[in-house]
Structures are given as C-alpha cells and as structure tokens.
Design a protein around this ligand. Structure first.
Ligand code: GLU
Length: 309
C-alpha cells in the first residue's frame, strides 16, 4: 500500500516543492510559461475508489503528452492492434520527443512509437469523426468517462498558443504524409492534436485516469469497464518503455512504475493492481519531466516502495 494519509503526503509535497526553482517552466508553447513554478499537487486513487491528495489540488493544467496515452487507447479500441502498429512502431527512442531524424532513417516515415510527437500525430490522424470538432468531442467523451467529470474540456488559450506556433509538429505531419503514413488534412490533424494536448484537468482527475489503466481498464469509482484489459496493458507497457521521454530507462530503474509525463509538468502513473497517481508540478528538468514531480516520486518510492520490479 502506498500513502493512506493526507498529512504524510503533504509533508512529501512540501519537501519536493523546495527545489521548484531548480527547474524551468516550459516556454516553447507560449501559454505554458505563465504557470507558477511553486505549484505542486499529488493525488493517489486506490482500486476501491478512495483518493488521498495533497498540495495545490484544485489547480488545473493541460495534459500535453499525457493525452497521447488516451488517444492511443482510443485508436487501439477502434482499429485493433494490427492496424495501429502497422502505422506506428513499438520501439523506444533515445531521441527528443519532437525529433524528425528517425522518420528519415526508418522505413517509409513510420514513427518509432506513439509516445513521441510523430507517433502521436499519426495516432491523432486515425481519430474518428467528420471534422476536427467531432474528433475532439469524441476524445473528450472518453476522457470525461476516465475522470468521472462531464465538464472536462480543453483550454482554448493553450490550444491556440500551440496551434499558432507548432511548426515542427506540422513538419512531422508533412513528412509522414509524404511517406504515406498519414492521410488527411494536416491543419485538421494539428487542430485535433493541439486541442487534445490542451485538455485541462487537476491531479484528482489524473489520478483517476491512472487508476483506470492500473485496474486493467475498469474505473475504480464507477466499476465500469471503459477499455479492454489488453488495451490497458499495451498503454502501461508504453508508459514503462517510452513514457518519461529519454529518461524512461532511468525512471524504470529509480521508480519502477508505468508513468507518462507532459511538458506542462503533469505526470500520470499507473501501478498495476495497486493505484493511479496524478502529479502536477510545472518546473521541468533538462529532459522535460516535472522536476518537483520527479522529486516527489523519489520520496514516495523511498517511503512506500512503489517499484514493481
Ligand atoms: N503539445 C506538446 C507538443 O507537441 C506536447 C509535448 C509533450 O508534452 O511532451 O510539443
């Protein structure tokens, strides 16, 4: 069992917050640079639906790359494993999340995995719907079920801020379109992608999403199965091999649990059969993972032995 007491968790949050100014809030998406580096929150949701939380728990943040796990789950459910992995690979990469280099050296511009931007954009291009609005609504409907909150939506400022500045992601799309990996209108793919990256929630919501994956696809609060076990298993495996950017190996050794982070400073963890964790701490380390969030996970690991290995 991990932490059961809010006062104990609060102590760890306060300890981790001390290093807030050693990290740097992301600024390549202009809207993200407004985030307060001192904010830190953590929630842990257990299989019985009980939640323990501490810190600035009401602060919302955009999911950014954490949404890649959710869109992957959606396309796996809609198209099946063979179709999805025909377009996107399963191998981790030592390159940065937005790198274009492997698209040229791998066969037919096929992205290495769905956690790097190229792979996530290819996944986004598969989302069902007549237009961008329908596709975004389709994703939101699923996210609301994962969070038990019908009001979940995206932050328009963050979405527009990324959409108007995201030239590198557009080049990844065009490169893959040239290689026949993606079809369709690049501006529409970019609109859907930036909006799902901008989906906004707090750590309580994120811990529940993490718990659904931890519980093999069953929502711990409602008891409803929201995805097949196989889909949850594949998503958790990607979280281990590629979830923490090019520090995924180090993370597996030091913390040892499936996790996915995003440049806004969110980290979602799914400890199989045990619990989901949602963390938000905006300052990032050199690799792009939340600096305070990583510290907090190290403290949790020391105290509660999180590692599944
Ligand atoms: N929307 C961000 C981008 O594509 C997500 C990156 C991330 O969180 O890693 O740059």
């Amino acid at each position: 069992m991990a932490c059961q007491r809010e006062d104990e968790l609060q102590e760890l949050v306060d300890e981790a917050r001390k290093i807030a100014y050693e990290g740097k809030v992301a600024n390549y998406i202009p809207a993200l640079q407004k985030q307060n580096p001192e904010v830190l929150s953590c929630a842990i949701t257990y299989p019985n639906g009980k939640c323990v939380s501490a810190g600035d728990i009401n602060q919302s943040f955009s999911l950014q790359s954490i949404s890649k796990i959710i869109t992957l789950a959606i396309v796996l459910m809609d198209y099946g494993v063979d179709h999805v992995f025909h377009k996107v690979g399963m191998e981790p990469t030592g390159d940065p999340f937005n790198s274009i280099v492997k698209l040229e050296t791998s066969s037919q511009a096929k992205p290495l995995n769905p956690m790097i931007n190229a792979g996530a954009l290819a996944v986004t291009s598969m989302i069902k719907g007549k237009n961008a609005e329908e596709k975004v609504e389709y994703i939101l409907k699923f996210v609301r079920k994962l969070c038990n909150d019908p009001d979940i939506t995206y932050c328009n400022d963050v979405a527009i801020s990324e959409f108007t500045t995201s030239f590198l992601n557009r080049s990844l799309c065009y490169y893959m379109k040239g290689g026949g990996v993606i079809h369709g209108n690049v501006e529409e793919i970019m609109e859907v992608y930036t909006k799902h990256c901008a989906i906004s929630m707090n750590s309580l919501h994120l811990a529940n999403v993490g718990a659904v994956f931890a519980m093999n696809g069953v929502n711990p609060v409602t008891g409803e199965r929201v995805m097949p076990k196989e889909v949850a298993r594949i998503c958790k495996t990607f979280m281990v091999t590629c979830g923490m950017y090019n520090a995924s190996g180090e993370f597996a050794i030091k913390i040892g649990i499936p996790a996915k982070s995003g440049v806004s400073g969110g980290i979602m963890c799914s400890v199989p059969g045990r619990f989901g964790i949602g963390i938000f701490g905006p300052p990032l380390n050199d690799i792009g993972n939340s600096h305070t969030g990583m510290k907090l996970l190290e403290l949790l690991q020391e105290k509660y032995d999180l590692s599944m290995f």
